[in-house]
Ligand binder design. Structure first.
Ligand code: HEM
Length: 469
């Protein structure tokens, strides 16, 4: 089947790119009290929204709504019910907190935003600029428009530019799926159908993901695309994507102190090489980004962008990249049952991909500073990803792959980087050619500070929402 033609002019830019050259970013979380005011604001802000067919050099603005936000803009319960259940009920229902592992001290009741004890979040305005001055100007303009419309900024989430590295010190954003229909082409095994990220396009099952289809008479301006499946209905979801947002605090000091203690020589002195090796085993890549499967013994900057590899043929047992490492769990590539190494294995894997668009926050911390305990600042990752089916993509990865202590033949190992299984710590298993090593009592390095499920509508859908009653 030929790749689909994506309506890039109607799709928000974040789908096509993470705006890597726009190094300054801020995310404004908004609350809507008055529906008319919100629609006026939406009309005022829409011309500034960056579309996927432009490559912005100066600024980018994208906009997403929670289900309460869509409700406030005037969508009725029947229309809302056509969005996915995860989105409509939100990230903090008791069922979802169990799936996501947001329990005990990670429970939504303790979050700074998005939880039951903080104000309701209706929208997120995502702002990007090349530098701080550009961001201040953009933010000033957008805040004025918000104030004039009577909307309130509930939280401003700032970000920091760590030069492509996440706060633990590893390169981030290296591996992304190829998307059918976008210009960057890749091999079939790792090229995912557009309907995995956008509503209104065919997904990996050859089906259209559930989406809000309206009676055409509701589309007064005839602005919405028609259902690609041919029902004749107006598709409010087409060209839109679900945006998962989680503020993940990283205990960078705790991470480096743990790997340092776990690799000390018998005389109690630190062993920097062994320390880095263990940290890289936990991630699955070296700090430069070089994957352990291709560079098993030492970091190799020439392989910093390498992503064209699989596990079955060269690293079946995980002697290079441990099965429990973060990247192998979050994208097992061809190691999935029933037939690892086969096209079938890739096919199953393609149903659980996400487009990551996160940004770091907080000041940088070197390993030396971390070991010295100089780490009181709040820092971490504003984890953002796009997908068309939150349950089958983001939640599946988090629940069945990252948090699951029984992942792929392991029995007491959750993801060592982002989610040890119990508050007391988990195990990290490192297969070797001899006896496998086990690192015990891995503490928790990442905690959730806030989060919500949003919908990033297409431009025509924004127009509909701005006019809807
Ligand atoms: C603070 C928390 C996190 C940190 C520090 C972190 C860090 C990293 C790093 C260093 C990489 C390797 C470089 C790259 O390919 O970009 C990576 C890859 C990845 N992470 Fe995370 N991550 C975090 C949370 C998550 C979560 C919550 C998910 C999903 C639920 C996730 C999914 C992925 C995926 C899908 C990849 C690509 C794997 C591949 O294709 O090989 N990460 N992450």
């Amino acid at each position: 089947m030929p790749p689909p033609t994506l309506d890039l002019h109607d799709i928000q830019g974040l789908f096509a790119r993470g705006y890597g050259s726009l190094k300054a970013a801020a995310f404004l979380l908004l609350g809507v009290e008055d529906s008319d005011a919100a629609r006026n604001w939406l009309r005022a802000v829409t011309p500034a929204i960056t579309r996927a067919d432009t490559r912005p050099a100066e600024r980018a603005v994208n906009l997403a709504f929670t289900s309460s936000g869509l409700e406030r803009l005037g969508l009725g319960p029947e229309t809302l019910a056509m969005f996915s259940n995860e989105f409509v009920t939100g990230m903090t229902t008791s069922h979802r907190t169990r799936i996501l592992g947001d329990l005990d001290d990670k429970a939504p009741s303790r979050w700074k935003w998005g939880g039951p004890s903080s104000p309701r979040i209706d929208a997120a305005l995502l702002l990007y600029a090349p530098d701080g001055a550009g961001l201040r100007a953009l933010e000033g303009e957008q805040t004025r428009i918000l104030e004039l419309s009577g909307l309130s900024v509930l939280q401003r989430l700032g970000t920091s530019d760590l030069d492509g590295f996440e706060p633990f010190g590893f390169r981030d954003g290296v591996s992304q799926p190829f998307v059918e229909g976008l210009s960057k082409a890749g091999p079939r095994e790792t090229t995912v159908r557009a309907g995995e990220f956008l509503l209104g396009y065919l997904n990996e099952y050859g089906l259209y993901t559930d989406r809000p289809l309206l009676d055409p008479s509701a589309d007064l301006d005839d602005g919405l695309p028609r259902d690609a499946a041919g029902s004749g209905r107006a598709d409010l979801g087409r060209n839109g994507s679900y945006l998962v947002f989680r503020q993940l605090r990283q205990d960078v000091g705790g991470f480096w102190r743990f790997v340092d203690a776990a690799t000390q020589r018998t005389d109690g002195s630190s062993d920097p090489n062994a320390r880095m090796r263990l940290a890289a085993k936990m991630v699955g890549r070296w700090p430069s980004g070089a994957p352990l499967t291709l560079a098993p013994d030492a970091d190799d900057h020439r392989l910093a962008d390498a992503n064209d590899f699989a596990y079955h043929d060269h690293d079946r047992r995980g002697t290079r990249c441990p099965i429990g490492s973060h990247i192998r769990r979050s994208n097992p590539r061809d190691s999935l049952d029933p037939r690892p190494g086969s096209e079938r294995s890739f096919e199953i894997n393609r149903r659980h991909r996400i487009l990551r668009r996160g940004r770091e926050y907080g000041p940088p911390l070197s390993i030396d500073q971390a070991l010295a305990g100089d780490d009181s600042d709040d820092r971490g990752l504003h984890f953002i990803c796009l997908n068309a089916n939150i349950a089958r993509q983001f939640e599946f990865i988090q629940h069945t792959w990252l948090n699951n202590p029984k992942f792929d033949g392991l029995y007491d190992d959750a993801d060592p980087l982002v989610s040890p299984s119990t508050p007391h710590g988990g195990t990290f298993t490192i297969p070797t050619d001899g006896v496998r090593k086990r690192v015990a009592d891995v503490p928790r390095f990442v905690s959730v500070k806030g989060g919500a499920y949003f919908f990033l509508p297409g431009l025509a859908a924004l127009g509909y929402l701005a006019g809807s009653r």
